[in-house]
Design a protein around this ligand. Structure first.
Ligand code: V0V
Length: 143
């Protein structure tokens, strides 16, 4: 099942500009930044409050044929996805598949900080791109 909200993803055209905007206006600090070539994104995770709760993920395109570039062209900057933490992304994906929802990937792909991710198609989730995130387990991290 879904354990908690992991992050909310916002599409932005320029990551550095967006980071400055969120720091200056909302006082949110960046706690992680990476480029995910497979997904075609430059992304940053921002902590809110004490940093224990859900994070804000800023997503900028790293290439013009990426999902985020397409989203910006069609919709403009704004909310792009809602991500839930799960313990087992394969199990969560197959449970949703068996209910008739389309998962975007047959097998999980690599997400932020080595997590495993899959997505429910927004047309099967009330117009919301839903991401499932299985964080790196502490035992994987040390191996
Ligand atoms: C498209 N649609 C959306 C949407 N993107 N609706 C809500 N939220 C979104 N983000 C709507 C769009 O307006 C169309 O509706 C319809 O879906 C088009 O569906 P499609 O032709 O099947 O698909 P595309 O080509 O527009 O692509 C949409 C999907 C694509 C969701 C399939 O963006 C995708 O593969 N996303 C998953 C990967 C991703 O988002 N990566 C970037 C984040 P109408 O006009 O037909 O009504 S990477 C990430 O999150 C990481 C690394 C992480 O968190 O760890």
């Amino acid at each position: 099942g879904l354990l908690r909200i992991d992050h909310v993803g916002i599409a932005v055209a320029d990551l550095d500009e967006a980071l400055a905007f969120y720091a200056d206006n909302f006082g949110l600090r960046c706690v992680h930044e990476e480029t995910n070539e497979e997904q075609g994104v430059r992304e940053a995770m921002l902590a809110v409050g004490d940093g224990d709760g859900p994070r804000l993920q800023l997503l900028a395109p790293s290439r013009p044929d990426s999902a985020i570039a397409k989203f910006l062209d069609r919709t403009g900057p704004g909310l792009q996805q809602l991500a839930y933490t799960v313990a087992d992304v394969e199990a969560a994906s197959s449970a949703l598949r068996s209910r008739g929802l389309r998962l975007l990937y047959d097998t999980p792909r690599r997400g932020t900080a080595g997590s495993l991710i899959n997505f429910v198609h927004p047309k099967d989730a009330g117009g919301v791109l839903v991401e499932l995130v299985q964080p790196v387990s502490p035992s994987d991290e040390s191996s």
